[in-house]
Each structure stands twice: as C-alpha cells, then as structure tokens.
Write a protein that binds this ligand. Structure first.
Ligand SMILES: C[S@@+](CC[C@H](N)C(=O)[O-])C[C@H]1O[C@@H](n2cnc3c(N)ncnc32)[C@H](O)[C@@H]1O
Length: 255
C-alpha cells in the first residue's frame, strides 16, 4: 500500500512524456476512462468463481521454490486473490487490442478470466496460456469451453517444462504476459526465453513488479537489458518494448 502511494506521488502523466509512441499509448489506451474492455459475461463468470463453495487440491510451484506442495484451497479464494481484478484485466485487454498481436503467451492461467480478456481483445491471435496446477487448469479449461473461446490453447505443467515447448512452436512472440512464479530468478529466466522470440513490435507485460524487493530487482535488470528500449512502470504491471532506433527511456506513469 505504501509502495503504491509512493508510486502515485512519483509517477508522471502524459504531460511528462515526450515519446510520441508512449504519448499515443497513453491517450489511446491507458487514459481511457470508459474501460471498453470490460465484459459483463466475463465479470459474471468471475462472480460465479468467487461464489463457489468447493475446494480443490492445489499444486503450488511456489515463488522461487521448485518443491511441489499439495494444499487444499477454496476455488472462491483463488478467484478473489489470484486473478487480475476487473480494471487491470480491462487495461491488459486494451493493450492487447491496441497492438493487435497474432501470438500471445500468458504464464499463469489460474482460472482463465484474464486469458479470456486477452483472447477477446485479440481475436486474431493464438493465445497460449500456461498453468502448472492440473486442478486449476481443469477449471480454466471448463471456463474457456463455456465462453466458446476458440483461440486459446491451454498448456498444463510447470513453466520450465511447458514454456520451451510452446516457444518452439512460435516464430514470433507479439505479446507476453508473465504472471506467475513471482520471484526474480524464474521471472528473468522466462523473460529471457520469451525474448528469443521477440521482435521490434513485441510488448512484454510483467505482473507485480513491486510485489517484493526481489521482483523490484528483477524489474531493474529487465530495464537494464541491452535489448530493452522502452519500459513503462504502471505499478501493477511493467510494460517492456524493444523498438529499435528509439531513445532508451524508462517511464513511471500513474494510469
Ligand atoms: C497469479 S496467478 C495467474 C493469474 C492470471 N494470469 C489472471 O490474471 O487471472 C499465477 C498462476 O501461475 C501458476 N504458476 C505459478 N508458478 C508456476 C510455475 N512455475 N509453473 C507453472 N505454473 C505456475 C499458479 O498455479 C497460478 O495459478
């Protein structure tokens, strides 16, 4: 909470931005108050997940740990705590819609609500979403089927195993959303793997970059990566661009 307050105090807005690319992104996507990406049926599905009374056995890959632990968790609690809330899901959808990706990779499906937002925002895209816990993945698969999402492919298993397989099938990765395993070393590893398929127009979105000191460190290293040209810190998300020929700049914005 304190970190978010600090972000709001130190972050800029469109008047602090001189990059035409970032200025357009702000005016066309980030600043839009109407949240055009919110879908009432997906929000009804979220509400349904939040009201479930059953529990499932969760395979927890743990932030930074390779140990697998079996834990009983209420589906409602997963829905309330693990998913991007409505506003952030809509913001992601806005970004996906704006960049018109053909190939999307999401690391961390959970119950699949955000995946559905991404898939709808980019209807021409093939959306690959990765989830380690089979019982969580089964609920997501049911949600994709119910919503008739034809452009989502769910890959169940640890990222270490699934990501190389998914990337091997992709020539160009247009949009990556890295939202799982929130610790520095694995985040940087997944970022590096995705980078091998990135191009000038790709956008990578890292979730929870201020979740811990470790994740803040990962974000700093991403910003310093020689292939990274522009980053935007939105607090909840960090956006990364690889636009050759542009001035290297790091923005912190309050949207
Ligand atoms: C924060 S949730 C994803 C939320 C989802 N993107 C959304 O916004 O609705 C992270 C998910 O990633 C999965 N996960 C975390 N670490 C993983 C790993 N190393 N391999 C596979 N899955 C992992 C967890 O099981 C969890 O369901």
């Amino acid at each position: 909470m304190l970190a978010y307050a600090r972000h709001l105090l130190t972050a800029g807005n469109r008047y602090d931005v001189h990059s035409p690319f970032v200025y357009r992104l702000i005016t066309d996507v980030l600043r839009r108050k109407t949240m055009p990406g919110v879908h009432s049926d997906l929000e009804a599905l979220r509400g349904e997940m939040e009201s479930r009374t059953d529990s499932i056995q969760v395979t927890d890959f743990g932030a930074g740990s390779h140990q697998l632990r079996g834990t009983e968790r209420e589906v409602a609690s997963i829905a309330r705590t693990s998913l991007k809330p409505r506003r952030q899901a809509a913001q992601l959808a806005g970004i996906a819609h704006y960049f018109e990706p053909q190939t999307v990779v999401e690391l961390g499906t959970s119950l699949g609500i955000t995946t559905l937002y991404l898939a709808r925002a980019a209807p021409m895209a093939q959306v690959h979403t990765l989830e380690g816990c089979p019982n969580i993945a089964a609920i997501a698969a049911g949600n994709f089927a119910r919503m008739g999402a034809g452009n989502i492919e769910l890959h169940t298993g640890p990222f270490t195993q699934q990501l190389p397989q998914v990337l091997a099938r992709i020539d160009r990765l247009d949009l990556a959303f890295i939202d799982g395993h929130h610790s520095a070393a694995p985040t940087l590893d997944y970022f590096g793997q995705c980078l091998a398929k990135a191009h000038e127009g790709s956008v990578f979105i890292l979730d929870d970059i201020h979740w811990s000191a470790d994740m803040e460190h990962a974000w700093t290293l991403v910003q310093e990566h020689p292939k990274v040209v522009i980053t935007i810190d939105l607090f909840h998300f960090g956006l990364v661009f690889f636009r050759n020929g542009q001035q290297r700049e790091h923005f912190k914005l309050r949207y």
